[in-house]
Ligand binder design. Sequence first.
Ligand code: ADP
Ligand code: ZN
Length: 803
Amino acid sequence: MRYAEVAVLVRARAVDRLFDYLVPEGMELFAGDAVEVPFGAQRVEGYVLALKDHAQDDSVSYRAITQKLSGQRPPLTKDLIELLDFMRKRYFCTWAAAVSTVLPPVIRSPGKRYYQLDRQWVALHGTQDADADLIAGLDKVFTKKARLAEATLLEKGFSRALLTRFVRQGCLTLELGGSTVSRRSEIWVNAVPDAALNRVRSAHKRELLILLQEKGAPQRYAELLEQGLVTSEMIRSLKAQGLVQVISKPVNESGEETEKRLALTEEQRAAVASIVELIDAKKHETILLQGVTGSGKTEVYLQAIERALQKGLQALVMVPEIALTTQIVARFRRRFGSRVAVLHSRMSERERRHQFASIYEGVADVVVGARSAVFAPLDRLGLLVIDEEHEATYKQDRDPRYVAREIAAWRAARANAPLILGSATPSLEVMYRVESGRYTKRMLKERATGRPLPEVRIVDMRQEMKMNQQGLLSRALRDALKDSFEHQEQAVLLLNRRGFSSFLLCRECGETLTCPHCDVTLTVHRTPEHTLLCHFCNYRAPLRDTCPACGGGRMRTFGAGTQQLEQEVLSWFPNVRVLRMDVDTTAGVGTHEQILSAFSKGEADVLLGTQMIAKGHDFSRVSLVGVVAADAALHVPDFRSAERTFQLLVQVAGRAGRHGREGRVVIQTFAPDHYAIQAAAAQDYEQFYRTELPLRRRLEYPPFTEIAQFIVTHDEESKAREGAQQLHHLLEASLKGCERVQLLSAAPAVVGRIRGAYRYQVVVKYHSFRAVSKRLREAFDQAVAVCGNGVSLHVDINSWMTL
Ligand code: ADP
Ligand code: ZN
């Protein structure tokens, strides 16, 4: 008898354990396979985590698996199976939640069948240097048919190895589930000369044909796909109509057809060498690659990855938000061609399925993606990279609230692979680990292009107010804009508004009010009565008009919108072309890319928007960056607000003057002397770090402690509050006797209400997750059990763990 230990996809916490099932005679099953199992009166989907000869209790008769859902390959690779347990323990989630986070539903086919690989081989023309006899044999099998199922070819005596060889020679490609993938060859598309456009009814297809005709040369399919211009369906039907040619060009091992690598600077060379050494030795180590903006970190990643690939290993590259990083993906594609798979949530389902297929089949061995790509089913990881490691987007803000950096660290350690963390402004957590000797550091101090870093000027908005300047743009920023327009250059204006909370700011001296216990900004809370509130510990103070620091009478709430800024820019410069990028203008799929590409093509003079414009872009004609309200970031009620402000300012400043004239940056603020703003203006990470670290130590914030934030929500405020208080009691009881643990009172959460539900939070600070995790979990589970209907509980481990 064989038994399978199965994680069933049943959400209820009450049945959150593994179940044993009997494996029916003759069912070929591996750990990681998807199965259908009986569960109560239902049949549910489950995942085999282990196979064994004995069940938990041999005297019980176990029910049998009803069917196997996955295809040839188990969807969960070995390390992903182990990762489930880590996720459960770290993020307090259920087996079911862990599985559904690791494996997105998109890789299941629309029916209940799981991830069916329909392998077909497609005959191509223009075979060169292929073994003539074998090809003749192949042609015979393919007579009249363009594609054949793999089984047919295997039956005819062609082995998989032989088929793969044909692919390399460019006379076959492989299709998986209807999408073309093929190792070492790339698909190019070209319009047939004089293709009759009037035969095409669909606007999308016509658009594509016009584009191809305009280009007049074959275009790389992968790039068209990336730009959202094609689907494989479109190409297939256009091909059938004889309107396009589909060409497969081999990409050989030495990387012809792809971009050449750059000659490295001395600093880059040293960085690559140290990574390569680890790859060669199969040694896990975490390296912080700290490079100023524009220092060429990407080139370091690319060349290190090349080494991993040479060794037959795979690479995983995480970027903060894929929609904002089209440029980086295009660069990876130019270097590694179809060996690159891209994973992110803004792709069509079909496209995502295709990307997964190419990973499972080993066609893609470099995965580039946003947060969830950290679960890519790679079983030969040789290198992991997290670009801009300090970005908050690596943390998921819904359950399970995992941190992709932690998962990457876990996978790297398990795979004996180096983990590279790249940043110009590393998180305090990472730098602290460098200092304590746990991570190593490599620096890139110069811009690779030799361009100087931009010049930064701080504008004191208090002075502007005294001069009776009322608008959002200071005189200095207006002058700078004028100058940049006169030189036909572009400008970026950042109006950072994580605007869910408002705070009081003295228009005369720039003072804000902070919690006496937690040192985070007090925010204006409107329910039940107007008060100032600390979201960490529930400290409250009355609203006020007079400033406690200068006695002035203009304490006002702070906040302005991007639309208002747009109007103001236009009122000063009626003839400039403005592009606005914020949540309102980027709702649709692909809209980020459209706005960014329009801007980089010079279709506008100003790009203004929220923090989404700050990251990673490489615009060649931007010489001016204006930060309209640095204070908004500074006073987010979070102990990381200074750090986030510093990072944001340095990032956005780095967009200026990357190529042409020397860049200029204007930062407007009511707090010109704040250390985060001063250090950002000097672009001096050390200066920031040296000031921030002691503050964190004094107030016992990360990296000196970890913080767990429990969130309780309910449609009625009183129920949410009571739930939080109940949880607080339970935590108090279970943490009794624990040393160096701080439990703070239940308080309204920073985002006090989401979609009508009220949110309360309870914060716990501790020094070692290992020491408290069981106790926290116990209280959490009890709270889940005792809290009434409609109350939901979440946990957010709000820091980078001590692995
Ligand atoms: P970062 O990611 O560190 O901000 P990028 O990788 O975007 O920097 O590089 C900035 C610019 O420098 C890019 O235009 C890139 O092509 C160029 N670059 C990188 N390395 C080199 C090099 N070794 N020689 C010349 N140019 C380089
Ligand atoms: Zn407080």
